[in-house]
Write a protein that binds this ligand. Structure first.
Ligand code: NAD
Length: 268
């Protein structure tokens, strides 16, 4: 039997590390050809290591440098991938970063930088993906004309003091995702989000790098374990596959229960 994403082409932004790399490896195992996107020359080696790992395991992948906050670079990435593979079937809008500060101390540069990658980057990539999906329509590889997975966060619903720019970006992703899902569902394009809780990656190293930090973090997670990139990768494969054909415009929380108000656990 064919694998769930057999011969589908997936662009996964920010996939030289963390959750993006995890999604890329799981999607490649499911038969997809994956584009490992990275933003700057300095990340090329890490991207190539993800490609090498995928190829060593019998999968297919290339690396591609593109800053998702730059319109011309995003347009060029989609053009180049379509030229090489004929089309794009899946976009994982994963690239993201933090520049934390108390709100009164937050600079406009910190605000704009986070919004430009986390929200504008997702807008630019989703727009190019949908343009390609509309051009191509449904093909024999999937019931949908195209699939987009936006990497959101539990902070699309949980306020986060000291991270107003990041929380605003993820809240923005939520309504952008729902709006474009509503706009393009009639064209059989499926657009959803994954909202990870605490996943062990470089972005939140300070939260798990000592046992004291980790114990504090685990208090926020009813399952009492930190998430791993495979938890997100496996969800992404399902969401991109025809098994999720009737799932559109929703956020799947993959958070060990972080959104269950764990502060109320001991309230008798
Ligand atoms: P990470 O730092 O390992 O990954 C972020 C990736 O984005 C990096 O590979 C980085 O190179 C890339 N990136 C940054 N700016 C870019 C740009 N302009 N263009 C292209 N790529 C760019 O951290 P991660 O935890 O894997 O984060 C991935 C996504 O998951 C982010 O959107 C993050 O907000 C989200 N997320 C993570 C967690 C968590 O606990 N780790 C929780 C919720 C949401």
């Amino acid at each position: 039997m064919d694998k769930k994403l057999q011969d589908q082409v997936a662009i996964i932004t920010g996939s030289s590390s963390g959750i993006g790399a995890g999604c890329a490896k799981e999607m490649a195992k499911a038969g997809a050809t994956v584009v490992i996107n990275y933003p700057v020359t300095g990340a090329k080696e890490m991207a190539e290591a993800v490609v090498a790992d995928i190829v060593a395991n019998g999968g297919s992948a290339i690396s591609y440098k593109c800053d998702v906050s730059k319109e011309d670079e995003v347009i060029q990435m989609f053009k180049d991938v379509v030229a090489q593979y004929g089309t794009v079937d899946i976009l994982v809008n994963n690239a993201g970063l933090q520049r934390d500060a108390k709100f009164v101390d937050m600079t406009l540069e910190q605000w704009n930088f986070v919004l430009s990658v986390n929200l504008t980057g997702q807008f630019l990539c989703a727009r190019e993906a949908i343009r390609e999906f509309l051009r191509r329509g449904i093909n024999s590889k999937s019931k949908a004309a195209g699939k987009i997975i936006c990497m959101s966060s539990v902070h699309e619903v949980i306020p986060w003091a000291g991270h107003a720019n990041y929380a605003a970006s993820k809240g923005g992703v939520m309504l952008m995702m729902k709006t474009i899902a509503q706009e393009y569902a009639p064209k059989k394009i499926r657009i959803n989000s994954i909202a990870p809780g605490a996943i062990q990656t470089p972005i939140n190293k300070d939260a798990w790098d000592t046992s004291e930090h980790l114990q504090n973090l685990l208090k926020l997670i009813p399952e009492r374990r930190i998430g791993q990139v495979e938890d997100i990768g496996k969800t992404a494969v399902w969401l991109a596959s025809d098994d999720a054909d009737y799932v559109n415009g929703t956020t799947i929380f993959v958070d060990g229960g972080m959104t269950l108000y764990p502060g109320f656990e001991d309230n008798g």
